[in-house]
Write a protein that binds this ligand. Structure first.
Ligand code: G6P
Length: 489
């Protein structure tokens, strides 16, 4: 008998990934994040539908028929879709990460980019096919009237496609990114018969509820629907709003995902984190022992929207403007490579290393490296840096939320001053106790770093306490359960 599920999650990246050894053995690696804790809190029958992302995943999907071993997934039922590699690459690299990600983060150098030609047309057809594969699998797995929570810009067409296949379902869509304002969003091809921009909006409007991380992104989505589709935006007395298009209403929700305080505090005090703190202290150097060097910490995926290079240039400017910091501060920058199939990400990764190297070359001495850069992803080392940080630098050009800004205050040992971009979603909740910056302004960011470094220890501790409280206001589990409840109500 086929089990049909009451709760379904769909996302490109699933809760587990596999690597394939030389002898053909598969090793599973479990991921974390809000969806993992949320889904594990669901009582009853739930399943997670995701794509096979690499050779290991594909092999695992083939050997198991796509239904993964629960011991690899922490007990969660997972269905992994083995999508044809060319189709997957067009959809993931071509459309999702080179176009939709760039639109929502407003990353294009518009005099030359983007160029929508024959290549994009093919990629877009692949994106449709990849979304259809998810819609088919969800339609198969869902019990009558089940709740389906579709995630992110990879899967914008799924709600509409799934509604056609299964009108009985409750369908939600959640965007983890910012949403572009209409004047930027409309650079997507949009002709009278539909076009890409309109297809994306209509796809999401196939959901009963479309949700976002902040009100800012939710409003931008509604404005795009109004301007591009001529949809009506209605607001109820309690401030809840909806987008009405072709006779159907899609409710709009906001759920500001928070940091997982209990998990982080426990995890950050394990032995492996203590070991990494000792190693980092060694690298930072603490001369003289009674007045250790200050640390400015950043932790990011190396990704263009994170603005790592401008962060390094601001640090360089700090050293220029304030020679008193020479030998007294270290910028601990963890920049973990991501999406390396794309040249633009590879080039950015190289640029980060180059600029960090130039700063060390120009200012470093025999016993002081102004920048300590690590590029190998290591969660325990990230937590070690969080605990040590005097200052956290979170300066994205645009960011759906930015959980690093929320995690650092939670695990900080001695209090940490937060320098935060006004373009991060987290700004909506943390602005009051952060030092906020325009992410493009290198001089202002350098000034903010100086202010953060010279902040009185008492004030810093007080602010960190308030930041931690704001950052944990909505736990990942509650974030997920709230969405589920709102979808069912
Ligand atoms: C962002 C997106 C997620 C994505 C993550 C990592 O947070 O909103 O959907 O999974 O980046 O990116 P990747 O391309 O490695 O999955």
């Amino acid at each position: 008998m086929v089990t049909r599920h009451q709760v379904l999650v769909a996302s490109n990246r699933g809760p587990v990934s596999y690597s394939l050894g030389e002898g053909g053995e598969l090793t599973a690696k479990r991921g974390g994040g809000g969806l993992v804790s949320g889904l594990s809190a669901v009582k009853g029958d739930a399943v997670w539908v995701c794509a096979a992302l690499g050779d290991g995943d594909r092999e695992a999907a083939r050997r198991t028929g796509g239904v993964l071993d629960a011991s690899d997934t922490g007990g969660q039922q997972v269905r992994m879709l083995d999508i044809e590699p060319e189709v997957f690459s067009d959809a993931y690299n071509g459309v999702a990460n080179s176009v939709l990600w760039f639109v929502h983060h407003m990353l294009y150098q518009t005099p030359t980019e983007p160029v929508f030609g024959a290549e994009f047309e093919r990629q877009w057809r692949s994106y449709e096919a990849y979304n259809a594969a998810f819609a088919d699998a969800l339609a198969e797995e869902a019990a009558e009237g089940a709740a389906v929570l579709v995630q992110d810009y990879h899967l914008t067409l799924v709600p509409g496609m799934l509604r056609e296949r299964r009108p009985d379902l409750r369908i939600g869509h959640f965007s983890h990114t910012p949403w572009a304002p209409p004047d930027y969003f409309r650079l997507l091809p949009d002709d009278p018969d539909g076009g890409v921009g309109a297809e994306v909006l209509r796809g999401i409007l196939g959901a009963d509820r479309a949700a976002f991380l902040t009100r800012r992104w939710a409003h931008a989505f509604a404005e795009c629907c109004a301007k591009l589709l001529g949809a009506e935006v209605t607001t109820a007395e309690d401030g809840q709003f909806a987008v009405v298009h072709e006779g159907r209403a899609t409710r709009i929700g906001v759920h500001g995902l928070g940091a997982d305080g209990d998990f982080l505090r426990e995890r950050a005090h394990r032995e492996d984190v203590a070991e990494r703190m000792a190693a980092l202290r060694e690298q930072i150097g603490s001369e003289p022992a009674d007045n250790p060097r200050r640390t400015i910490v950043r932790v990011d995926r190396t990704e263009l929207s994170k603005n790592i290079v401008r962060g390094l240039l601001a640090y360089r400017r700090l050293l220029d403007d304030h020679p008193e910091w020479h030998g007294r501060v270290v910028h601990v920058a963890f920049a973990y490579p991501s999406r390396q199939d794309l040249a633009v990400y590879r080039e950015y990764t190289e640029e980060v290393s180059r600029v960090a190297g130039e700063i060390n070359e120009a200012y470093g001495t025999s016993d002081w490296s102004p920048v300590v850069l690590h590029v190998k992803d290591d969660f325990a080392r990230s937590l070690a840096a969080y605990r040590l940080a005097d200052v956290a630098l979170v300066n994205p050009i645009r960011d759906g939320m930015n959980l690093v800004a929320k995690e650092i205050p939670v695990v900080s040992d001695g209090g940490c001053a937060l320098v935060l971009s006004r373009e991060a979603g987290a700004f909506a909740e943390l602005a009051e106790d952060a030092i906020t910056v325009n992410p493009y302004d290198i001089g202002a960011t350098a000034d903010a770093l100086h202010r953060a470094l010279t902040m009185d220890a008492g004030e810093r501790a007080e602010r960190t306490k308030r930041l931690a409280a704001a950052a944990t206001a909505l736990s990942p589990t509650q974030w997920f359960l709230d969405q589920l409840e709102a979808l069912r109500s």
